[in-house]
Each structure stands twice: as C-alpha cells, then as structure tokens.
Design a protein around this ligand. Sequence first.
Ligand SMILES: [Zn+2]
Ligand SMILES: [Zn+2]
Length: 354
Amino acid sequence: MTGRGAGPRPVSVILATAGIHLQARSRRSTGWIPAPDRVEGRLRRNDGPGRAKTPGALDWGVGPKIFAVSPKNILNADLHCHSVVSDGTLSPEALAERAKLNGVELWALTDHDEVGGQQRALAAAQAQGMRYLTGAEISVTFAGETVHIVGLGFDADDLALRQGLLATRSGRRERAQEMSEGLAQVGIRGAYEGALKFVGNPELISRTHFARFLVESGVCKETNEVFRKYLTEGKPGYVPHRWASLHNAVSWITGAQGVAVIAHPARYKFTPNEEFALFSEFKAHGGQAVEVVTGSHSVQEYVRYAEAAKEFGLAASRGSDFHSPDESHTDLGTLPFLPGELTPVWELLADRIQ
Ligand SMILES: [Zn+2]
Ligand SMILES: [Zn+2]
C-alpha cells in the first residue's frame, strides 16, 4: 500500500481508538490506489477460441504492468460461494451442477462458519468431474468491524477448527432475537419467526434471512433495500456482534492445514491505517492470501488489491461469492481471471486439491 500520506500508526493505537472513528468513509479516498496512468486495462469480452473456457467469461484487457494473465492463472477456479447450509438458496449438489455448467474447473463451497456441507460438496464436485478444495467463511471482529476470512483446503474433520466454528455459530441466535426486537419497535412484528422459515440450519440465522423475510412480507422490494433501510449500522434491525478474533480464525484454518484468505477486502469500511493493520496482522498470524477478483469488487478494486497482494507477499484468490440465482449479480465461474504476476492461491494448495 504505497503512497499513503502519513505512516501507519501503531496497531495498538488503532485498536484503542477503533469504534470512535469507524464512520463510513469513501474507500476511494484512501490514497494508495494506483495512479490513473497505471490503470491501463479494461475488461473486455474474450470470445476467442482457446482462451476463456467459459462462454462470456471476461478477460483482462491490455496493459503491461499487472493486467497480463499468465498461463498459471488461466484456470476457472471459483473458491467462494454459499449453499443452504448457510445463507445460500441452492443445495451443494445444485451449486456443483451450476458451477460445472459455467465451466468451473476448481471449486470450493465456503458456507459461513460451518463445514456441514463439505462432504456433499466434495461428492457432488467429483460426480461432475470438477476438482475440489474444502472451504468455509469465518466471521471475525477486527477494529470494530466484521471481517470475513475464507479458509481453503483444510482438513474438515479437524477438532479445533470444528470447535471454533461451533463457538462462532452459537452467538447468532441471540443476535437474531435482538434484531427482531429492534424491528418490532418500528412496527415489523414476528421477524425472528419469519426469518427462521428461510433458514436451513437455525444455528446459522443471519441478516440475509431477515432480508428475505422482509421482501416476502412486502416491507421491501429487494434484499438490498432491506439492508439499506433496516439492517446496517444506525438502522432499527442492526445489532453489533463480536465474532472470533482474527488470530483465532487464522489459527483454526492453518492448524487444519488450510490456507487463510482475506475475503472481499474492498467491502470493509476501514481507514487506510486500519486496513494496513488488517493486512499486517493477518500476515503475522500466518494468513497467506487475499481475494483479488471477487463478485463485489470493481475493476479498480481488482487493481488495488492486486497491488496489496504484491506488497504484502500474499497469494491471490478468485471467487464469485454466489448465494442465489435471484440475488447474486455474479454467477459461479464468470469472473475475469486473476491478473498475472500474482501467485494463485491454488498453487499453495496443490496437495490439498481433491
Ligand atoms: Zn463474506
Ligand atoms: Zn461469502
């Protein structure tokens, strides 16, 4: 993250003051976005034969610095998505079929705080002829913000990992009841019971399930609107929650022989110093990769986090974060390839691919 004006503050200072200055800030004003003359590439459709294996897959455009795709990165890997085991709407089997249809070659199911779908996902991937990495997306609290850490290629039977995920799940029900009380105060009754109807696993009740209930009951037209009006900070259904620590989540993953990945880093409302602290501490705890190409990132954010990956010596991951055919803008397997110069995370996991 070169080009920041002031040097990073000590992490202890950042954490001590976290919560005081966590108001939303523009991510685009953080000062270490590459200068415009470096942003030479543009996404374009690559319909040429023998390149993109997915019809309509996007390829990086021209650009000598970071836009070239090297042969090691030309793999349709989708290493982030959700099934009914957490807050997705498709079964692991239906996801595997959809991934295969979209040309995915290496797949991982990464349900929130739960590995209960892993055996089904592996069997479904094998039935479809796709290679598979185990996966999970763990919620952690860092500097007052919820951050997601994806684990890939771990041993899903590892006891410490399973216990850590169980502890992470246990707070969700209580939080959901508090969210429901907040919504009742603005006249929306029965939201907890309503949200439960959308949950495959009651231990994994989340804001997404409340959003689906509020759309079904006609309070809002779409789930994005529910989040905006009711479920984000300062809104009636928002309840802050303290998740696992970054250190714990990374340790559970690496202790089970997996690789830890910072998920969709552009989504967090961090100041530049807080973001620097996240990357530094993640790396210090043994984290090894960051999602660069993911469903919620813009092209500019691909560039920015490709730079961050290089600066921190992290491998890069690629994943749609697909949840549902009705809600997700990015389908499985349809993202651009990872930029060249980056080490794809699957290189670190060669012996964990099944
Ligand atoms: Zn996430
Ligand atoms: Zn996700």
